[in-house]
Design a protein around this ligand. Structure first.
Ligand code: 5GP
Length: 125
């Protein structure tokens, strides 16, 4: 069920619990600003999620409230993870769903990183 991205942050959302280590995840990267792990239901040969370590509901929330250091750290982590997985030369796709029309289901900002095959059209018609 898509979330309302204007809701306040829920400390018990599934990605908050992954950040705290309460739920296992196949982590591929972590630093002070970001954690990356495999999506539990991959939709491409490479399907990773990159999340900020701070408590932000969505891209909207993050872009409005995060510090310059958090924004730089998060964006650099996404690029780093893509390079580490050899995705730059073949190409890849980033996706952030925001709120109900975006189809966002987990209310902690996450960017999907898809790759490993040609990904086709951007949106289903
Ligand atoms: P959204 O629709 O919010 O953009 O994407 C949420 C993503 O989180 C989905 O692709 C879903 O498969 C993934 N996901 C949901 N629960 C878990 C979980 O417990 N662990 C991991 N690794 N991914 C999850």
């Amino acid at each position: 069920m898509p979330i309302d991205a204007t809701h306040p942050y829920d400390d018990d959302n599934i990605f908050a619990r992954i950040l705290r280590g309460e739920i296992p995840a196949k982590r591929v990267y972590e630093d002070a600003f970001a954690v990356a792990f495999h999506d539990i239901a991959p939709q491409a040969p490479v399907h990773l999620l990159v999340i900020p370590t701070g408590a932000y509901v969505s891209w909207d929330d993050f872009s409005a409230r995060a510090s310059e250091a958090e924004i730089a750290g998060y964006i650099r982590a996404i690029g780093h993870v893509a390079r580490e997985h050899g995705l730059v030369e073949p190409g890849y796709r980033l996706l952030a769903n925001i709120g109900a029309h975006g189809g966002q289901e987990v209310p902690h900002l996450h960017v999907h990183l898809f790759g490993g095959r040609p990904l086709g059209i951007m949106l289903s018609q």
